[in-house]
Each structure stands twice: as structure tokens, then as C-alpha cells.
Design a protein around this ligand. Structure first.
Ligand SMILES: Cc1cc2nc3c(=O)[nH]c(=O)nc-3n(C[C@H](O)[C@H](O)[C@H](O)COP(=O)(O)OP(=O)(O)OC[C@H]3O[C@@H](n4cnc5c(N)ncnc54)[C@H](O)[C@@H]3O)c2cc1C
Length: 440
């Protein structure tokens, strides 16, 4: 772990997590650190080591209390109800014109790729061709982790969408073929066998006792959103979250829970087939089996709706990449009127698979192109706060007191200095708490 934190990113170019850890990976795989990291954040052995390193540094401040997600900000409801819908209404009131049911298929540019000249696509059943005027700005994503998602239900397994039409990833491929500045989309969006996984959304009506029993079992207070709970011995690699209230329109007698199966292509332990071949009813049985709550199945089934989702590109943003060149900048060099936002642009020090990254890149794009002099939301720099570092060290070592043998191998010159003083300093370093609102 120390080597990971100190190794420069460019020495990890294209490297997977498994490759970095080499013959220590089997041992590392069994540690709570990897088990939490893998199940809660959906990282797999073959994902990018650069991204893992960034996550470890970027969220170092959450690690001391990761098991209860202490410090992580939750929206009141899901992101659509809490963020997208209010923003949509607000912008509509301001006169922003949204065109639904529209797919962009290309951004035409001038010969030097400095200026977008036309947006091409399909709107409804008509061809779309929007000339871009000199004063216009074009801000686009480069792809979506939920691209080509498909759904199943109680009685239908989910069918994976294998189409080569993949929304903005296809546009990105066209751009990248024109100019090296636009990076390498094939690193992210070409191997759906590696980037896919499945989730299940379970809505239970008129049976509050069921979720109350789960909360009681795992020690959560009544009517709370739980942390992500990982089922370590699940063949499908299930982790689940129980929500207090997930949808703004959720009725008082409805409970919502969500789980994923990161290895859904493997056989289940109770239902002996891959998650992707199962109906919602079968998926629910496998889940109940792992909770040792199979006796609830008959009662639940008539009042439960299971929505299955297969997301072919859900971890595309985690695929191995180089530290430079695979992802374009928000405003690529030479751009006169266009910028890229979302999860596939290069943003120094920041991570992907977060709403925050999409917001930050959008701010950078809007301010940068329009020349508005405003500061972009800064990254929280927990890695420079010795208090978090000491708390993390204690957490990983599962100790309250750091001893000499816990210290990483030190330079002989440093060793001669006051090691006892160093230990005393580390052990006297006060802890931090996310209850301290000044941290936000
Ligand atoms: C199951 C799951 C759990 C998550 N959990 C968390 C979490 O706990 N915390 C967190 O911070 N983040 C989480 N995320 C990630 C977060 O939701 C995403 O990073 C974020 O929503 C990405 O926003 P975006 O606007 O960049 O892209 P998207 O939300 O993917 O939006 C891209 C949009 O572009 C559209 N589009 C695509 N192609 C075209 C085209 N050719 N023409 C026109 N439109 C097109 C798509 O339809 C879509 O509406 C999670 C994501 C998922 C799927």
C-alpha cells in the first residue's frame, strides 16, 4: 500500500490492480481493505491501478469509518429526484430548451479540429442537423456508464444489449479517429464482458416488517438508509443497500432496497445459475438465501416488484489507461467552442464514477468556454491532513497505538533520529470527526 501511494502514475500506465500487487494479490484479496474497496466501489482485479491509487488518496478521509460511510454526502432521494429534476425545472423556467428523444451521432469539426461546426443526429424519426454559429458553445459528454442498459422484471430475465451503437461512445470514437487529442475510447468502451454487471431494485409494498427485520439483523436503527452491506460468500458477489426513502413519490407503505452482483455471470449459491439468466423472482430468492431469510419468500412475492438492470458499460470508466493521452482534457488544446464533461475526461487528481466529477467538469467547461471568472469546486485534500493519515494507519493496522514495528521501512539516516518522538507524535495526533461541519 505504501508503494502504491508513492509510485508516480506514469509508472502505472495501463497497469491492472492485479498486475501491481503481483504475487501478493491473493493475500491482498482476502483483506478487509480490498473486500470493502471491491464490493462497495465495484473495482475488479483487472481495473486500472491508476484509478485505485487515485481513489485511495482522494477518499483517504473516509477510510477510518468506511464501514458506515461516515462523511459521505447523500442526496435526500435518488439523484434524479434530488438533483436532475429540480435543475431541469429551474432551467426550463429560465428559458432553456430541452429536446428529448434525440441522439447525437456526430460533432462535425473544421479541418484542424478547433471548432465544432455542426451537430448531427436523429430527433424522433427525423434527421437532426444543427449548424453551430460563431457565438455558440458545444458541451458534451463522451459516453455514459448506463449506455445500452436493459431491464428485466419478476418473471423475465434481463437481455444484454450487444449493439455496436453505443450513444456518445460512438461519437467519441469518430472524434478520436480524427485527432489524437481526443484520446482512446477503445480502452474504455470496447470490452463489455469486462465492464458489465447487473443490479436489482426491489420494491416491497405493505410489508414493513421485512425491511425492519433486515435492519435489526445488521444493527441499523429503524427507518435508516444502511451502509453498503457486502455478502462476501455470494457467488454473484452481492452487496446491498436498504433505503429509508429513495423516491420522492414513494408511498409510506413501500420499502426500497438495491443490490448489485459484480460477478453475476457466475452461478448463485442457492439458484445455481448466473444472475443474468435469472428472473427477478429467482434473484430475490438468492438474496433471501444469503440473508438467511428464505422463509419470507412466499409472503413477499405477491407484494414485491423486482426490476433487474444489465449495464454493459457500468465500469467502463475504471478500465486500465495511461496517465496521459487516453482521456481528453475538458477543453482540449486549440478548442475554440467545445468542451467535454463527465466521467471520461482527464481531471488531475480526481476520480471517476462520481456525480461530483460530472459537476466539476461541467463547471470547468462552462466557465472555461464562456470566460466567466469563477472558481471551480476545489478537491478536498484529505491526504495532506496528518490527522486523517494517522487514523487510516490505525484503522488498517487495527490498532489504537502505532508501534515501531508498524512503521514502514525507513531510511537508515531517519532511523537514527528520534523514532520514539515520531511515535509519540503520531499517537498524540488527535482524531477528526465528520460531525465537525468545518470539514465540509
Ligand atoms: C448504480 C449506480 C450507482 C452509482 N452510485 C454513485 C454514488 O454513490 N455516488 C456518486 O457520486 N456517483 C454514483 N454513480 C455515478 C453517477 O451516477 C454518474 O457518475 C453520473 O450520474 C454521471 O453523470 P453524467 O451526467 O456525466 O452522465 P450520465 O448520467 O450518464 O448522462 C449522460 C447522458 O447523455 C445521454 N446520451 C448518451 N449518448 C447520447 C447521444 N449520442 N446523444 C444524446 N444524448 C446522449 C444519456 O442518455 C444520458 O442522459 C452511480 C452510478 C450508477 C449507475
Amino acid at each position: 500500500m505504501m508503494q502504491m501511494l508513492t509510485m508516480p502514475e506514469n509508472e502505472m500506465d495501463g497497469m491492472t490492480i492485479e498486475e501491481f500487487f503481483g504475487n501478493t494479490f491473493e493475500e491482498f484479496r482476502m483483506t478487509p481493505t480490498w473486500q470493502c474497496f471491491h464490493t462497495m466501489l465495484a473495482f475488479k482485479d483487472y481495473h486500472s491501478m491508476i484509478e485505485m491509487k487515485r481513489y485511495m488518496i482522494r477518499f483517504i478521509q473516509f477510510q477510518p469509518r468506511m464501514e458506515v460511510l461516515d462523511g459521505i454526502l447523500h442526496t435526500k432521494y435518488n439523484e434524479f429526484d434530488s438533483l436532475i429534476d429540480p435543475i431541469l425545472h429551474w432551467l426550463t423556467e429560465k428559458g432553456v430548451h430541452f429536446v428529448p428523444d434525440t441522439t447525437v451521432t456526430d460533432l462535425e469539426m473544421d479541418a484542424g479540429c478547433t471548432t465544432v461546426t455542426r451537430i448531427v443526429g436523429v430527433s424522433g424519426s427525423s434527421a437532426l442537423s444543427v449548424p453551430v454559429q460563431a457565438q455558440d458553445m458545444v458541451i458534451s459528454t463522451l459516453g455514459s456508464m448506463t449506455q445500452n442498459s436493459t431491464y428485466g422484471d419478476n418473471t423475465h430475465p434481463v437481455q444484454m444489449n450487444l449493439s455496436t451503437e453505443k450513444g456518445f461512445f460512438s461519437v467519441w470514437e469518430k472524434l478520436a479517429a480524427r485527432d489524437e487529442r481526443f484520446g482512446h475510447p477503445e480502452k474504455f468502451a470496447e470490452n463489455t464482458e469486462a465492464t458489465k454487471w447487473m443490479s436489482a431494485f426491489v420494491t416491497v409494498k405493505d410489508c414493513k416488517a421485512f425491511c425492519a427485520a433486515i435492519r435489526k439483523k445488521y444493527g441499523y436503527p429503524k427507518d435508516t438508509t444502511t451502509g453498503a452491506i457486502s455478502v462476501l460468500d455470494s457467488g454473484w458477489d452481492i452487496s446491498f443497500v436498504l433505503y429509508d426513502k429513495y423516491f420522492a413519490s414513494q408511498a409510506a407503505d413501500e420499502d426500497i432496497l438495491w443490490f448489485d452482483g459484480l460477478w453475476g455471470e457466475r452461478d448463485g449459491n442457492y439458484i445455481k445459475k448466473p444472475m443474468c439468466d435469472c428472473t427477478g423472482e429467482e434473484v430475490l430468492q438468492e438474496f433471501l438465501y444469503h440473508l438467511d431469510m428464505l422463509e419470507w419468500y412466499e409472503k413477499l412475492m405477491p407484494r414485491t416488484y423486482v426490476s433487474l438492470a444489465m449495464m454493459p458499460y457500468i465500469t467502463s470508466q475504471f478500465m486500465p489507461r495511461s496517465s496521459k493521452g487516453d482521456r481528453p482534457s475538458v477543453i482540449p488544446e486549440g478548442s475554440r467552442n467545445y468542451a467535454f464533461i463527465g466521467q471520461y475526461v482527464e481531471l488531475e487528481g480526481d476520480v471517476v464514477f462520481t456525480v461530483e466529477t460530472s459537476v466539476r467538469t461541467a463547471m470547468m467547461a462552462a466557465y472555461g468556454l464562456s470566460g466567466i471568472d469563477r472558481k471551480v469546486l476545489p478537491l478536498y485534500q484529505g491526504q495532506y491532513d496528518i490527522r486523517w493519515l494517522v487514523m487510516c494507519m490505525k484503522k488498517m493496522l487495527e490498532t489504537d497505538e502505532i508501534k515501531f514495528s508498524d512503521l514502514p521501512p525507513m531510511n537508515p539516516l531517519t532511523m537514527k533520529k528520534d523514532v520514539q518522538g515520531l511515535l509519540a507524535f503520531l499517537n498524540a495526533t488527535p482524531s477528526l470527526s465528520w460531525d465537525d461541519k468545518q470539514l465540509y
